[in-house]
Design a protein. Structure first.
Length: 623
């Protein structure tokens, strides 16, 4: 090898990948539900971190890519603006992405909540590629508002004589998106398995001469073994060995995390603009191509929680909002606040979700009543007119991975549109089904899988299973039942029957009488659940009843405003309680705002256990 060959072979460069995910349209550091600033969220603060990271990269001779990994287009009121504004200026998310010069964005499941036309409208005039590699149109004539992959080129500084770095980008999302947004996507598209799609697209991009393959994988960690159609597949994608870097998402975790080692360079930068993910790749020229020879993954938070006086901590911003973004979105921000300030009615009691997993949630009850009130007139003169009408709903804001401030909290007095959206943050439509008592029982068993199995006589075990999503805890109003957490869960989170002989639901009753397997009920429920969300097979198997289209939010608004009749479910007893086990105590976490409502709890059964390092209030619960 000649000296010049050695010099060429030793050429090195650096690629810095900057990533966001699951922004849910949190563009500014403002909580539109409480109409207050929120220093723990916002792309406007991440923008400051992006500028810093780009400056560092330039000083160190690295090139950068800025990517987003989905569930960012919709999610907060600023993104759900009136359609007439679309002709005046592009959507706020599109303008924010352009202002920050994103190089590409992938799509997540919630980006399809409003359908393909609304997504296309939201992405109008966005200048970077929009990707989704594993969704395909069933009709070749249907034009989808995204591409399956893209190739970007970047010339590495101080590497004269070598070609530019070719970077192939792909994006995958869970196949379950087709169920979750069935009313928007069914019959229009199909979705391929994420792992197989990533493998195929990576191979195709390698054939096109790509040196680096980056996957925007809108999926969580999951299991390491191969399972077709798995929802959370980061381990499987990492184990393919064909992806040089992966941006995860969907489950709102933060990666890297030593508790969750992954076999490839992976970042998952939280949610709502809480973090910026950074992957630094060292590139080395090997005679005929660039190759990754070293990778470093880090997270940069926009705020940090500091414990003060044992009170659970105060969030301290680490960076300021980017003034250019604040100015660019000022008009949208003002319009959103005005729209969310529209009065809809009054409430005589606080509506909060701090104790939703203890059976005390008046906000959830309001949703159930509104759903039933909207459905009941539509059942007149149908086969369901003489059936008992129940109403199934699940909490929308319950802390967990979204943090200790992620709870519904509507005070007594005037209710505004922002309160309605706070109670029902998802744009689901209302559905009605008919099912029998056996299906109803299994529906509740699937819901009760949220709880850990608790051994009687134990103390301090966590009540909730962190691997189950709180928005899959359906409470069915109109019946009463006990939940015995000493029994193993009957159903696994994927809906499979895990313990056929186990039953957590005890004493299921309607109007005081035991529910018979052959008894039939009508149930008002969301389109998300009937479409397959949460893997409630028994809900999907129920017989659908045609009703006029209506969003759950609109039903709540009309019920509070008095445009719907008060529903008889208002007078039904509370639906559920935890089955009693003497000498047994569990622990549950809730938001610090719950301190204002501790009088809602029985002091003989509930006690405060301080706060967690990340700001949750710990409550002991005697069973």
């Amino acid at each position: 090898m000649t000296g010049s060959d050695q010099a060429e072979d030793s050429k090195v460069g650096s690629l810095r990948i900057l990533a966001t995910t699951d922004l849910h349209a949190n563009l500014l550091s403002h909580d539109y539900y409480s109409d207050k600033p929120d220093p723990a969220q916002g792309l406007s603060r991440v923008a400051t971190l992006i500028a810093q990271a780009r400056h560092e990269a330039a000083e160190n001779g690295a090139v950068t890519l800025l990517l987003d990994n989905g569930d960012s287009i919709f999610g907060t009121p600023i993104a759900e603006r009136p359609l007439e504004l679309s002709d005046i200026r592009p959507a706020p998310v599109a303008r924010a992405f352009d202002l920050l010069s994103y190089d590409a964005i992938g799509l997540g499941n919630h980006d399809f909540d409003f359908g393909l036309d609304q997504l296309r409208q939201a992405l109008l005039r966005i200048s970077c590629p929009v990707l989704c590699s594993n969704m395909r149109a069933l009709d070749p004539q249907l034009s989808l508002p995204f591409c399956q992959s893209t190739v970007l080129e970047r010339a590495l500084p101080d590497t004269a004589g070598t070609p530019p770095l070719r970077i192939g980008l792909i994006s995958v999302l869970p196949m379950q998106t087709l169920k979750w947004a069935a009313h928007q996507l069914q019959g229009k598209v199909t979705i391929d398995d994420m792992v197989q799609s990533a493998r195929d697209h990576a191979a195709a991009l390698r054939e096109q001469g790509c040196d680096v393959i980056v996957a925007l994988a809108h999926t969580g960690i999951g299991e390491g073994h191969a399972t077709y159609g798995i929802e959370n597949a980061l381990h499987q994608l990492a184990n393919l060995g064909v992806l040089d870097a992966i941006v995860g998402g969907h489950t709102h975790l933060t990666l890297p995390d030593p508790r969750h080692p992954v076999s490839a360079p992976v970042v998952m930068p939280g949610a709502h603009g809480s973090h910026l993910g950074v992957i630094d790749l060292r590139m080395t020229w090997n005679s005929d191509r660039w190759a990754v020879t070293k990778a470093t993954c880090t997270l940069r938070p926009i705020a940090r929680r500091r414990t003060i006086g044992g009170a659970g901590g105060v969030l301290t911003p680490l960076v300021d909002e980017d003034p250019a973004m604040v100015a660019a979105l000022a008009e949208d921000h003002a319009e959103t606040r005005t729209r969310m300030a529209q009065p809809v009615g009054r409430t005589s009691q606080p509506l909060h979700s701090y104790f939703t997993f203890l059976g005390r949630d008046q906000a959830l009850a309001l949703v159930a009543w509104a759903q039933a009130a909207a459905v009941r007139p539509a059942l007149t003169d149908t086969v369901a007119s003489n059936l008992p009408l129940l109403s199934a709903t699940a909490p929308g804001k319950f802390g967990a991975r979204s943090g200790p401030s992620n709870y519904t909290d509507v005070p007594i007095g005037q209710m505004y549109m922002r309160h309605v959206v706070d109670i029902q943050p998802f744009p689901n439509e209302l559905r009605t089904v008919v099912l029998d008592g056996a299906q109803l029982h299994d529906w509740l068993e699937m819901s009760a899988g949220l709880f850990n199995q608790i051994a009687p006589g134990t103390f301090g075990s966590p009540l909730l299973d962190d691997d189950r999503a709180g928005h899959n805890f359906d409470v069915i109003f109109g019946v009463q039942y006990d939940i015995d957490v000493s029994a193993p869960a009957r159903f696994a989170s994927d809906g499979e029957l895990a313990n056929p002989d186990s039953y957590r639901i005890r004493n299921l009753r309607w109007k005081g009488a035991p529910v018979r397997d052959s008894q039939h009920f009508a149930v008002a429920v969301s389109s998300y659940r009937i479409g397959g969300g949460g893997n409630f097979a028994m809900a999907q198997a129920a017989t659908p009843l045609p009703i006029p289209p209506l969003r759950v939010r609109d039903a709540i608004r009309d019920y509070v405003a008095g445009r719907l009749d008060r529903d008889p479910l208002e007078h039904a007893p509370p639906p559920w309680r935890l089955f009693s086990h003497p000498s047994t105590e569990v622990e549950i976490f809730t938001g610090p705002g719950a301190r204002a409502y501790l009088t809602d709890l029985d002091p003989s059964r509930h006690s405060l256990h301080g706060t967690t390092p990340d700001g949750f209030l710990r409550i002991g619960v005697k069973l």
